[in-house]
Structures are given as structure tokens and as C-alpha cells.
Design a protein. Structure first.
Length: 129
């Protein structure tokens, strides 16, 4: 379980002014996250997770999902944002240090005023020291 925050100083960015953000600021964001490892057998671990994101100028965002880790080598999972999108992802770990992953988001709501709600691809590289 953890709590974090970002944009605590709230710098003003004049070049990102929009109708939704007329001051062009990066607003404070607060996060509360929790997960729990459930060992199902010698090779598999399930990891249910939840996260709540709060930004004073926006609706509260809720996310939850489930990840299956197999032999600390492969993982597969899904998550959902409340009334926003669904994500499916998979990945592989190489020599317990380098992780390579792929995720696909399926949006229910538009990301901007120019889109009608499509999907997005994400590639992840992570190295554990």
C-alpha cells in the first residue's frame, strides 16, 4: 500500500493554455495504491491491484485489475479505469533484470475533443538494479 503525489509546486506553463486549463498549470495529483501477492502454486502468483487518483480540478479516477506472474518470467494482466478505459498487457523478464512489456488501451471515452475513443499502444522497458 502506498501514497504519493506529484506537481506539488504547481509550475505555470503558459504554452499549454486550453479551455479546460486557462492558466496553463500542472495541477497537484495525489495517488493511493494497494496490491496483494497471492501465491497460487510454486510457479504462479496473482496480483490484484487498485489505485485511486485525485486531482482537485478533475473527477476522482479509480483503477483496478489483476496480473498473473508465471515463474517470475512471464506476466499477463488487465485493468480498468472507472468509465474510461480497459487495458490488457503482457510481458517477459530476461535474467530477472530486464523486463519488456506491451499494453493496449481500449478507450470508452474520447481522449480529446478531436477523437471519438480509440485504442493506444504502449511498449515498456524496465531494468531492475
Amino acid at each position: 500500500m502506498g501514497i504519493s503525489a506529484k506537481q506539488l509546486i504547481q509550475p505555470k506553463l503558459g504554452f499549454i493554455k486550453t479551455a479546460a486549463n486557462p492558466k496553463g498549470m500542472l495541477y497537484r495529483q495525489y495517488f493511493l495504491a494497494a496490491n496483494y501477492y497471492i501465491r497460487t502454486d510454486e510457479a504462479n502468483v496473482l496480483l490484484p491491484h487498485v489505485e485511486v487518483r485525485y486531482q482537485p480540478e478533475a473527477p476522482v479516477d479509480y483503477e483496478g485489475g489483476l496480473i498473473l506472474y508465471h515463474k517470475d518470467l512471464l506476466h499477463f494482466g488487465f485493468s480498468a479505469h472507472y468509465r474510461q478505459d480497459y487495458t490488457v498487457f503482457l510481458g517477459v523478464k530476461i535474467k530477472h533484470k530486464l523486463s519488456i512489456g506491451y499494453a493496449y488501451d481500449i478507450y470508452n471515452n474520447p481522449v480529446s475533443t478531436f477523437e471519438s475513443g480509440f485504442g493506444a499502444h504502449e511498449i515498456m522497458l524496465r531494468y531492475a538494479f
